[in-house]
Structures are given as C-alpha cells and as structure tokens.
Design a protein around this ligand. Structure first.
Ligand SMILES: *Cc1c(COP(=O)(O)O)cnc(C)c1O
Length: 377
C-alpha cells in the first residue's frame, strides 16, 4: 500500500469486537488476569495499553520500522531514547537540534554522565571528527530548526555505521510522509507527535521507532521503567490526527511554497529559508532524502522592529510556540524556542532578532498572503 492508504488502513480500521471504525479508548489502569493460568498480553497500563498499541504499531509501519513506542510528549520520547545510554557514553549531536533536546543534553544528561559534542552536521565530516572511543550514537535533525539547514542523512549514517554507532533522527518536521530515515539506514526515529502527526494543536505526544527488535527492547525497558507514557485519550487524538496527515501536509506544504516565493520579493524581507525553494542551501541533498519542503519556513526582516511589528500585526498567524497544526503559527525563536541559548551563540548560528519562523496552516494561501503583506506594511 502507498502512504495515504496506509494512514487509513493501519490494521485498526475496524474493531474486531464491535465493528467500530474508531480505535476504542481503553481508559483503564489495569487488566483482569483471570485465574492466572495464562500470561495475558496486557497487565498494567504503564507496561501496555491496547489504544497505545494501535498508535505504536501504526507509527512503526509508517516509518518502515520494526517497533514503535509512544510517550507523553516529544521530549519524553527523546529523553527516553537517550536513556538507553550509560554514564561515560558519548554522543555526537547536531548543534541545531530542537532546543529542548539541547537542554536535556546540557543539563539532565550531563549530570548523569552522558557526554556529547555538538557539531555543524551540514558537513558530515564534522561528525567523523567528533567521534571518540566512547561514542555510541549520532543524533540528527533535518531540516533543522529554525533555519531549515539540511543534513545529508546517507553520508552521516555511513560515517556512523563505519564507526559502529547508531543514528537517531528527530523526524518531527518532515514526518514519515516526506522523509523516512530508517529506510536510509538510521537505527531510530523520534517524533514530537504534538506537531504534524497530531496536527491540530490539541495534544502533547511523542513517539520513537526502531529499526531492530533489539533496539526496541532497550527503548521498551526505558518506556516501562521511566513510565513517561501517554494516556489513551491523547493517543486516540494522535491516531485521529494521523488519518489526515497526507492531506494536511500536501495543502500546508503548497501554501508554504506560495507564501515563501512571495515573501522573498518583499522589500522588508532580508532572507527566506525553506527547503522547497530552488536555491535553498542543501536543496539537492534534501530532495534526495525527502519528498517535499514541508510546511515550516522562516524569514528575516531587515530590522528587529519590522519583525516585532509583523508578529503584533498579523491577524491570521498566532504568535506562539509550536508548529504543525491546522492553524498558521508565527514563532519568534529568540524569545521562544531559542531563548535559552546565549545571544553570542545564537548570532553565530544565525538566529537573529529579525528571524521569524512560520508553520503554514490550512487557511487559504490568498488570505495568508494578504494578511502577511498587511502586517509587513
Ligand atoms: C516540539 C519538538 C520537540 C519536543 O516535543 P514536545 O512534544 O514539545 O515535547 C522535539 N523535536 C522537535 C523537532 C520539535 O519541534
């Protein structure tokens, strides 16, 4: 089956007990073990829940992986994925990974003895140079946030494999509809399902998918041990959101392209960053590993005042953290996602006071364009 069909026919499209077209929400903490003569599949909801299992199997199939695991948030999925490592291990991470991932590596995991080196992964040779005898993994995200920098997944994975490391890819921005890192040789994919997978800005959720059973068992030990699991209603919302993933991303990606092409001609706009633009750095690499530019882009105005005015004046874009919902969201990285990064470091990374990140929603592009023009004016 192709991707759009797989979204609808995920193996759970009809409940065997009742014929219901929706996956039942099993709102229970525990399961009757009968006369204890048999070990039953479910015993306690932290260890497993049938609603959660439906989402876990669905995301594993969509990513082309073997095992899927659901968590209470994206960062819970990432923290749990990193929980398979031990004190004294080292990982190489892209320097522009999600701010929350950067934070747990620099605080929580640092305290617990997991070392890391942050590198500019746009040049995969930087990954090779950072590998040490105790390195266990490479942690990547492409396109990156908020400048949509591209990392060559094939080249990076080849370097990791050569050094005997596993590769973990945060695939939140692209989703498995546009990019499937496991098929390019990655060992694990992590997601904030809060974004495009859930798709409606109404739920926090995270997912991890592994390429092997063995790695799956290691993640399961952390999922069950740490217990950062989602409740069944939240899982159900992600399952419902997933059904329209392709339709939403097709429309939102198209809108992102239309708005970007218009914005770059605007006299107040300094630069536009979007992997769907023909001259975006790394565009050729991106096109070789992903099936579209996605629905997130960013742009720089010429002055800080223009950026702040835009955020204040736009009527259709919510000035908010997050992305991937049906509504257009404009975020201001220096005050939001990247506020914790020291100013000098931010400037080095190109995250300036003039930078705005947009997640294109499902509004009609003509209306968005008119609103953006007005806000910039
Ligand atoms: C939002 C986000 C996360 C964290 O997910 P939460 O659901 O907010 O915990 C991780 N990675 C990326 C790329 C994100 O955009």
């Amino acid at each position: 089956m192709k991707f759009g069909t797989l979204l609808i026919h995920n193996g759970y499209e009809s409940d065997p007990a009742t014929g219901a077209l929706g996956v039942p929400v099993f709102q229970t903490s525990t399961f009757d073990q009968g006369d204890l003569s048999q070990v039953r599949e479910f015993d306690y909801a932290r260890s497993g829940n049938p609603t959660r299992k439906a989402l876990e199997e669905t995301i594993a199939a969509l990513e082309g992986g073997v095992r899927g695991y659901a968590f209470g948030s994206g960062i819970a999925a990432i923290a749990s994925a990193l929980g398979i490592f031990a004190a004294g291990d080292h990982i190489v991470a892209a320097e522009d990974i999600y701010g929350g991932s950067y934070r747990i590596l620099n605080t929580f995991y640092k305290r617990w003895g997991l070392e890391h080196t942050a590198v500019d992964a746009a040049d995969p040779e930087n990954i090779r140079r950072a590998v040490k005898p105790n390195t266990r993994a490479v942690f990547l995200e492409t396109p990156s946030n908020p400048l949509l920098k591209i990392t060559d997944l094939r080249a990076s994975i080849a370097i990791a494999k050569e050094a005997g490391l596993i590769t973990i890819v945060d695939n939140t921005f692209m989703t498995p509809y546009l990019q499937q890192p496991l098929k390019l040789g990655a060992d694990m994919v992590v997601h904030s399902a809060t974004k495009f997978l859930g798709g409606h800005s109404d739920v926090l959720s995270g997912l991890a998918v592994t390429a092997t059973e063995e790695l799956g068992k290691r993640i399961y030990a952390v999922q069950n041990g740490f217990g950062a699991v989602p409740g069944p209603w939240d899982v159900w919302l992600v399952l419902r959101g997933l059904k329209t993933l392709k339709a939403r991303l097709d429309a939102q990606g198209k809108t992102a392209g239309i708005v970007c092409r218009k914005l770059r001609e605007h006299p107040h706009v300094e630069a536009v960053y979007y992997p769907g633009l023909a001259d975006h750095p790394g565009k050729q690499i991106h096109d070789g590993q992903a099936a579209g530019g996605g629905a997130v882009f960013s742009f720089k105005t010429k002055t800080t005042e223009q950026a702040l005015r835009f955020l204040g004046k736009t009527q259709l874009a919510a000035a908010a953290v997050s992305l991937g919902g049906v509504e257009t969201i404009a975020s201001y990285p220096v005050r939001m996602s990247h506020a914790a990064i020291p100013r000098a470091e931010r400037e080095r990374l190109g995250i300036t006071d003039t930078l705005i990140r947009i997640s294109a929603g499902l509004e009609d592009p003509e209306d968005l364009l008119a609103d953006f023009e007005e806000a910039l004016r």
